[in-house]
Write a protein that binds this ligand. Structure first.
Ligand SMILES: NC(=O)c1ccc[n+]([C@@H]2O[C@H](COP(=O)([O-])OP(=O)(O)OC[C@H]3O[C@@H](n4cnc5c(N)ncnc54)[C@H](O)[C@@H]3O)[C@@H](O)[C@H]2O)c1
Ligand SMILES: [Zn+2]
Ligand SMILES: [Zn+2]
Length: 389
């Protein structure tokens, strides 16, 4: 089959790889009808995710048709149309039973490596390095879904691929970011990053009761898309974000601040962003937490900082003094996608949101390597790429 494989920093190729096969009784093989490129894939493309090996198949936002099921899988049958969560979860362990699917303790066969770095291992993920299971991803013609009686959700025929594809990751992730803010109605939520995740966080914050959303980025079409949803937009290249949030909140700070940027902020974001860049380039640091620092400073006393932008290792100069003295709450996670799936599918079915708004580019798998660049460089108005194998 054809698939997008990683061969090093900036080097992704569309190549022929062996077809996936059923390996365990609960597996299913999915013929991919649509898959997407995520901001998390850009961290791999940019070479900042450790544990990648040449030839690893990428992709964790995938949907398609079930073409084969293992003998122990009672949930799926050939012909079912499913969306596959990016998190691989057994459904039975301590964490899965509590809804913390991205903390599954059985789905990462490389758990010792993850434990060395992080103390404990999270769940395995599709197409996301040999730290997280080394599972082949879904930017391919076919995908093997492990524990496929727990992960994939069946979707009704009335909805198009693009309306449901983002249930695999960015819609639940943006929703979780807003959910973490414990909104009761009337709040001001500031969101850093108007990429695909930020876009869903903006809309979810409104759905969950925020009165105002302040959306921060610098890319004109992303800010415009945020404004369409009703957000007040700020451009960090033209205005001081802290000052503007102070102004908008009568000097109190935002009730909740969402980091939907993560470890690779624009180096033009500020002086500390440049220092971080140098430290990472010279192996003096692992991450570049400019946005997290700013989010902490802009959050009101006893407010919430919700982190969905991905970080990998050890973060320097995080203003914990500000956080503890002012009673901030931190929430963060790789999204336990399965936990959110049923209620978000219901919201789509009820017409509360049509996730296809975010797609700007549609292409074949062969065009994938080129579109990784277009998406990374934010060229051609690119906000979200959907590939159709
Ligand atoms: N927690 C999870 O489960 C999960 C799931 C999906 C994605 N993610 C992460 O979420 C993040 C965003 O993903 P995406 O797909 O939207 O990526 P993206 O790269 O398209 O978007 C990031 C946006 O941040 C903007 N940005 C850069 N510096 C900024 C700054 N200083 N202030 C404000 N905005 C700034 C960029 O211009 C860009 O529009 C990534 O780190 C990704 O890995 C996490
Ligand atoms: Zn993702
Ligand atoms: Zn589990």
């Amino acid at each position: 089959m054809k698939a997008l494989a990683w061969h090093g920093k900036g080097d992704i190729r569309c190549e022929t790889v062996p077809d996936p096969k059923i390996q365990h009784g609960r597996d299913a093989i999915i013929k991919v009808t649509a898959c997407a490129i995520c901001g998390s894939d850009l961290h791999i493309f940019n070479g900042v995710i450790p544990g990648m090996e040449k030839g690893d198949v990428l992709g964790h936002e995938t949907m398609g048709e079930v073409v084969e099921v293992g003998p122990d899988n009672k949930a799926l049958k050939v012909g079912d149309r499913v969306v596959v969560p990016f998190t691989i979860s057994c459904g039975q362990c301590f964490f899965c039973r509590r809804g913390f699917y991205s903390g599954c303790e059985r789905s990462n066969p490389d758990k010792e490596k993850a434990e060395k770095l992080w103390g404990h291992s999270p769940a395995g993920l599709f197409g996301y390095s040999h730290l997280l299971g080394g599972y082949a991803g879904g930017q391919a013609e076919y995908l093997r879904g492990p524990f496929a009686d727990v992960g994939p959700i069946k979707v009704p025929e009335g909805l198009s691929d693009e309306q449901v594809l983002f249930l695999s990751d960015i819609f639940p992730t943006g929703y979780m970011a807003a959910d973490f803010c414990n909104l009761e109605g009337g709040e001001t939520v500031a969101i850093w990053g108007c990429g695909p995740v930020g876009q869903f966080a903006i809309r979810s914050a409104f759905m969950l009761g925020a009165e105002r959303v302040i959306a921060i980025d610098t890319v004109p079409e992303r800010l415009a898309m945020a404004a369409t949803a009703g957000a007040i937009t700020l451009n960090f290249r033209n205005e001081d974000i802290y000052d503007r949030i102070q102004e908008l909140t009568a000097g109190r700070g935002a009730d909740a601040c969402i980091d939907a940027v993560g470890t690779e902020p624009d180096t033009r974001s500020g002086f500390d962003a440049v220092i971080d860049r140098v430290k990472v380039a010279t192996f003096m640091g692992t991450d570049r937490p400019h946005v997290l620092r700013q989010a902490i400073h802009c959050c009101r006393n006893f407010g919430t900082v919700s982190i969905v932008g991905v970080y990998g290792g050890f973060l320097d100069k995080i203003p914990m003094g500000s956080a503890i003295n002012r009673g901030l709450t931190f929430r963060m996670a790789q999204t336990p996608v399965q936990h959110y799936l049923p209620k978000l599918l219901a919201r789509i079915e009820q017409g509360e949101i049509d996730p296809s708004f975010v797609t700007t580019h549609r292409a074949s798998l062969e065009q994938g390597p080129e579109l990784y660049k277009t998406f990374r460089d934010k060229q051609d108005g690119c906000i979200k790429v959907v590939l159709k194998p």
